[in-house]
Structure formats: C-alpha cells, structure tokens
Design a protein around this ligand. Structure first.
Ligand SMILES: [Zn+2]
Length: 140
C-alpha cells in the first residue's frame, strides 16, 4: 500500500539522518591501499560501500578497530561558550521533536489503515467462502 511504503521511506530517512556520523581520518585504505582524504575504521568509501570487494584480512582489521563514531546532533564547535553552543540547538531539537511526532502520527495512521485493510480482506474471504458453500449446496 502506498501509505505504508511512504511511511517506511520517511522512517528510514529519519533513521539515516539521526544515525551516528563517523569522524574519519586521512590515510591509506586497509583494503585497497589507496591514499584517501577520509577513511572510516581504516576503509575508504568505495571499500565500505562494497564497490571494491573486501579482502578477509582487511575485514578482520576493520572489525577489531576502536569505533570512531560520534553521536549526531552534537555541535561540531566545542570551543564556543556554552550559551552559544546550546542556543542554536533548542530550535533544532524542537523542530526534530515536531518531525518525530508527525512521523509517529503518520506511522500510526498507516498502521490503522493496514489493520482496516486486513480486516476487509478477511471479511471478503469469509464472504467468498460462504458464497462457495452456498453454490455447492445449490449444486452449481
Ligand atoms: Zn579502499
């Protein structure tokens, strides 16, 4: 159903947007050996996203590294005074709360529609079964 697909698409977008963001560092990729401006867990973007197949030893090294993730929504500038750091976040947090509430309502609505659809399908199947048994009883 289009509403379900749309709701899942929006939910996936929010999950991606709120996922922790790797910091990354320049260096030589553990897998392909290219010198790259940004490696995450020792791997370049092409190796991380599968465009270059992973060698088993590079996979093991990447898995054993310390995680380099930082949470999203944390201000990048830590040298600014606390007031300046916190002030811009409040409207953003309020906006994100609003979006989260809208999304929750949207998902709830989609779930309600899906439940109504399932109930309608069940009623239709029951009606078809009843019709079939009536036809059978009438010898048709
Ligand atoms: Zn690479």
């Amino acid at each position: 159903m289009a509403v379900d697909i749309e709701a899942e698409h929006i939910a996936a977008g929010i999950r991606r947007a709120t996922a922790p963001i790797p910091i990354g560092a320049p260096g030589e990729c553990d897998n392909c050996g290219e010198d790259m401006p940004r490696l995450v867990d020792g791997l370049c973007a092409r190796c991380r996203d599968g465009r270059i197949p992973m060698r088993p030893e590079a996979m093991r090294r990447a898995a054993s590294r310390e995680p380099t993730l930082r949470p999203s929504l944390v201000p990048i500038s830590v040298s600014a005074p606390p007031a300046a750091r916190e002030a811009p976040r409040r409207p953003m947090v309020a906006l994100l709360d609003g979006i989260a509430n809208l999304l929750a309502e949207h998902i709830e609505h989609a779930e309600r529609l899906a439940a109504e659809r399932d109930a309608a399908i069940e009623r239709a199947e029951t009606a078809e079964a009843t019709l079939a048994s009536i036809k059978a009883a009438l010898g048709q």
